[in-house]
Design a binder for this molecule. Structure first.
Ligand SMILES: Cc1cc2nc3c(=O)[nH]c(=O)nc-3n(C[C@H](O)[C@H](O)[C@H](O)COP(=O)(O)OP(=O)(O)OC[C@H]3O[C@@H](n4cnc5c(N)ncnc54)[C@H](O)[C@@H]3O)c2cc1C
Length: 387
């Protein structure tokens, strides 16, 4: 019997498999994608996420990760610019997830790909993962890291904001627009939603957005109409996409995202990443939470702590930032909230810096996750300037 079965090979699953394997445990990981795949994600790697990934042995610049040094908040025709107090990075999930999975395999984790886990149930003193090909894997402990997707019988509650649809599409911008975007992440507010645009490796830009379901329905549930409406409402975005080529015919899409969900109920399963906590995307910290959860879980498991104790610790670490982000996210997709945020960004830099700092995993939690305190020093909130 394996020591651990890990369901899902995204960042959380791959990280916990890596850490447990490095500690000499027998780990079986099951990932439903047979080969590298794109994912709906803004691909903004906060400093915390980058530090965790470096601690797992990944050299992100060597994969071509693009540096991000400033944020532009775009509300109608007004733009507020803030320098980040640290350099963030941007790397496609296709490359990033694969690299971490390869690290887990090199550390000795047994990885099965191209097959979905259909059920995760108790079996004697341990757990059984039943796969769609009819086979089963038994283990003493079960780690659930299926991210955005629920396993039958283990569905997460709907969260505090579940009325958004997400889209993600890589583009090749015109050379001039690529230069304008270089080293920036842009948060573009539009009717019913918001979009993030930033460079990724390979001279591409990632456009990832969220829109209220009602607004999307009013546009006939059509991507082309949504894109048109966004460009009409934002001269800035329209200029960015002028002469740009989409890298695929249609965007990836995702719905039923339970923003604001934080797992507190404990049933013996170690829930990681988006299965444990779902933070609204504008915060750009979901990957940090996923990696933090993996580090906390691996440490707790190796120390002999229970899944329940781990889940309580994790929820204490992230509850505040998830709730604050979810409150802000409700405002971000509504006109009055957008106008207020735009005005605040232009007029009250200190307030915005404070909010930006409080929507991230706290330093105390990161130190608990094993990151050296020295690496975390040096201010957290952006300094805002306007034009
Ligand atoms: C629109 C949007 C934008 C975002 N932008 C950002 C951002 O810019 N920065 C940031 O830090 N975070 C962002 N996030 C959040 C981030 O994507 C997630 O928090 C993060 O991916 C969670 O990692 P995970 O490992 O828990 O799940 P995932 O990355 O979703 O990985 C789960 C894995 O499990 C596999 N799987 C699923 N079901 C099964 C099954 N039954 N059997 C086997 N395998 C299975 C999947 O194929 C997948 O590989 C964004 C999220 C959304 C929705």
């Amino acid at each position: 019997m394996n020591d651990a079965v890990v369901v899902g090979g995204g960042l959380a699953g791959a990280a916990v498999a890596l850490l447990l394997s490095q500690a000499g445990r027998e780990v079986a990981l099951i990932e439903r994608e047979a080969c590298p795949a794109d994912k709906v994600c803004g691909e903004f790697l906060s400093r915390e996420a980058a530090l965790y990934l470096a601690s797992f042995g990944l050299d992100l610049p060597a994969f071509g990760a693009a540096p991000i040094e400033a944020v532009r908040l775009v509300e109608r025709d007004r733009v507020a610019v803030a320098a980040l107090p640290f350099s963030a990075l941007s790397l496609s999930r296709r490359v990033l997830d694969e690299a971490l999975l390869a690290r887990a395999a090199a550390a000795g984790a047994s990885i099965r790909r191209g097959v979905r886990v259909q059920a995760l149930t108790r079996a004697g003193a341990g757990w059984e993962a039943r796969l769609e090909d009819g086979s089963a894997i038994e283990a003493r402990a079960a780690f659930l890291a299926t991210g955005k997707h629920d396993v039958r019988g283990l569905r997460r509650p709907s969260g505090l904001q579940d009325d958004l649809v997400a889209f993600k599409l890589h583009w090749r911008l015109s050379p001039r627009q690529a230069v304008e975007l270089d080293r920036h992440v842009e948060l573009v507010l539009f009717e019913g939603g918001y979009a993030g645009l930033q460079p990724v490796e390979g001279d591409r830009a990632n456009l990832c957005l969220l829109v209220r379901k009602g607004r999307f329905a009013a546009l006939g549930q059509r991507w082309d109409r949504l894109l048109c409406a966004m460009r009409e409402g934002s001269p800035h975005l329209d200029a960015r996409l002028a002469g740009a080529e989409p890298c695929r015919a249609r965007p990836l899409a995702l719905s039923a995202i339970p923003y604001g969900h934080v797992q507190r109920r404990a049933d013996g399963i170690w829930r990681l990443g988006d299965q444990a906590a779902v933070i609204p995307s504008f915060s750009g910290d979901g990957m940090s939470i996923a990696l933090h959860s993996a580090r906390l879980a691996a440490t707790a498991y190796l120390e002999g702590a229970s899944a329940e104790a781990f889940q309580r610790r994790l929820s204490r670490d992230v509850l505040g930032q998830v709730l604050l982000s979810t409150g802000l996210s409700h405002g971000l997709v509504r006109r009055p909230g957008q106008a207020a945020l735009g005005a605040a960004a232009r007029l009250c830099p200190g307030l915005m810096a404070a909010v930006a700092g409080r929507t991230r995993v706290s330093e105390a939690a990161l130190v608990r996750g094993g990151l050296p305190a020295a690496a975390l020093q040096g201010g957290r909130g952006p300094r805002w300037a306007t034009r």
